[in-house]
Design a protein around this ligand. Sequence first.
Ligand SMILES: Cc1ncc(COP(=O)(O)O)c(C=O)c1O
Length: 354
Amino acid sequence: MTATLDFKITKTQASRLSQVDFDNLPFGTIFSDHMFTADYQQGKWQNPQIIPFGDLSLSPATSALHYGQAFFEGMKGFRQVNGKVAVFRPWKNHARFNKSANRMCMPTIPEELFLESLKELINLDRDWVPHNDNQSLYIRPVMFATEPHLGVHPSESYKYILMTCPIGAYFNKNLKVKIETRYARSCEGGVGFAKNAGNYAASLYPTTIAQQEGFDQLIWTDAKEHAYIEETGASNVMFLINNVLITPNTKETILDGVTRDSVLQLARSWGIEVQERPIPVKEIIDSLQTGKLQEAYGVGTAAIIAPISEIGYKENLYQLADPATWTLSKKITQTLNDMRKGLSHDIFSWNFII
Ligand SMILES: Cc1ncc(COP(=O)(O)O)c(C=O)c1O
């Protein structure tokens, strides 16, 4: 069997679908039957194929394992009311994928290959896309260096893999976050805007400390002074103060989130004032102390809108009003949900329909 771009499709002989408990979906541990893979060799992408999801065989000298040339993306596909599947804004993820690739000295992927592999894989594993509310298909593209060579230089070869997982809600509670004042996620001139694996590895230790202190997540601050808000561990961050929606402007230390962009476009279309600018930590603490901080959230593909109900800064813990009373976050969540599920008109043409 071949697809439009002429890649080979080898179907699994033993689907695992009937073993999945769709009423109890954890995040990122249940994988759909198939995966897409392609290899970059001799300066071009080769051997594109869909094969049963399974283990890889790698040399212990695989350069990604030693020098970290690896990055990924994260998207979601939603079951629409008409049975089709809508992948949310994959064009933006493709653009960011190639931005990460350039920064990590890795090859880019043509949009056609990115979208076609997505379409064919999801088409084949269509029954893995969950039907229930709050569920979706998480889509994970990843690329890594495969050259078996113990020397620090850009690899000559790479592997691209696309895999999918049916998932439930990422966070099912309000977040208690700590504003980080010691460690940094990224710095000017660094790789904070890329989705490279190393950014996440470096965040594990500070996040673990915060979790031992009873927090769910960190809010990263700038590396120089820890005086400006950046983003959370796996999402951008937004605050509603005096009915103005504020979020740090994107720059090379922050990931340019697809959800962030979508939320800002929605808010602007509703006539809400939006400000993308440096946000001093002091402004957030002042607004907490004076009760002016109305809503705060992490916004990202995995979590969508994750309400922040408590913020720790130095020795103090500040409480926000009960997120159940917030109106803007609910409106954003509902609107995004309705658009993705095909319950309302996709006015921004954000859905990639499969
Ligand atoms: C560090 C970081 N910031 C922000 C985001 C949000 O980006 P997006 O909305 O594209 O998922 C993510 C998740 O991908 C992330 O890992």
